[in-house]
Design a binder for this molecule. Sequence first.
Ligand code: NAD
Length: 511
Amino acid sequence: MTATVLPTADHLREEARRALERCGVDPALLQGPHFSRSPVNGADLLPVTWVDGDAVDEAVARAQDAFLVWRETPAPVRGALVSRLGELLVEYKQDIATLISLEVGKITSEALGEVQEMIDICAFAVGLSRQLYGKTMPSERPGHRLMETWHPLGVVGVISAFNFPAAVWSWNAAVALACGDTVVWKPSEAAPLTALACQAILLRAIEETGAPQHVSQVVLGGADVGERLVDHRHVALLSATGSTRMGRAVGPRVAARFGRCLLELGGNNAAIVAPSADLDLATRGIVFAAVGTAGQRCTTMRRVLVHEDVADDLEQRLVSAYERLPIGDPTAEGTLVGPLIDSRAFQNMTEALRRAGEEGGKLLVGGGRRLGEEGPDTYYVEPAIVRMPAQTEVVREETFAPLLYLVRYRDLNAAIALNNDVPQGLSSAIFTSDQAEAERFLSAVGSDCGIVNVNIGTSGAEIGGAFGGEKETGGGRESGSDAWQAYMRRATNTINYSGELPLAQGVDFSV
Ligand code: NAD
């Protein structure tokens, strides 16, 4: 493992300032009592101001006014705004990626990948703006037509997590804007600068395309700011990404006012490694999924359920790969593992390791802290693998860190049962060369997750599919496929051109 010298606070601050300036962020926004902190070296980056509840109400009121105009704008014209946003994201890709790396510690390649995902969803949403299809159905009555039409919903409140500080907004905003909705975004407390940069770029696209100014706004702040969106009667859809704890708090509140909720919450994702698996491919797939973003993806692989015939071999391969992982400054070339977001994340990992030991686990590799001496408030950890005797309590929890549990199995049905025997239901995978096994995993008696993969890890989804998970992951679907339907309301229309009034189901009501 390599240890790199961390960049100085001044250097990071200057990098952030330059990126923000290029993206067109108003310098007046860069003042206030709250600082964006960089996990790269633990230093404060730049100041920002958090808003209060009244400011949230004002933003929602502006968004509601903008909605009244935007919903009447033809969808392909709305698509032109999203198209311009996508072009500008191409232009400022490096700047947004820099801010993502500085604020949440993502390695450069993954930060660039996150912005690419934003560009991709814009392209998808532009196409969508000409494809908001409704169905027509045969009517049971002569001279009648049945059809569905889709209409804009209203203001969409977006609450996002730290680990995808920009992409989650774009999955929601690009689709919502194409659908005719307006957006108020409450980004993670950890990544306000990335949010300000995204918003500045969108404002430029708004200006250039003549869209209403307030079709998308950002409100910085903590959970209380999010709560104001949660409770606001004019927020027609609340799309919230974060921990299951957060979802448990917001879901019932939105439901209580009959609002719509789209929840994207925690995962506890497993891969089954069958005896017929290509172990080289499985090892590479597992390492990326378990270690990428320092284990801080909702789709991070946290469990490997490995057949006992190949368990020793796979263990050796994984340990050997983990021993070679370059850990350090995420902005340095060659680094694959950046820092954890903060001290709490480190404590959670340490505590989970302790409990895993108590529950019979054997640490195979990693678990130590790196580079602590370079910056006392930085949390670089060695990704860890723990062999567990069974799927114990700690294994069934999401620990948001690079901590992978290995559990052995003998029978595929038992492995599938283990895959499903966790409260979360986001992503899952099987590595196998046996088609019958793969099909079983994909079938109704297979994985119960929202994402079910074969011969590929649990993370790194493409935007073209609907993204989300079941059970405590919240049930929401975002991004591609027909996820757009969550952002619109459906009307069923019956059109009678018969000149008569026959009633459905043959009801006779003649007077
Ligand atoms: P978090 O739950 O601490 O915070 C997420 C967001 O919710 C933040 O913006 C926060 O301010 C806000 N928030 C917290 N409590 C709130 C409340 N009561 N009312 C309104 N808003 C509130 O999560 P985090 O630490 O930023 O992110 C990590 C978690 O997010 C992990 O559990 C991860 O699995 C999950 N996640 C899920 C997905 C997905 O698509 N399923 C994607 C990314 C992250």
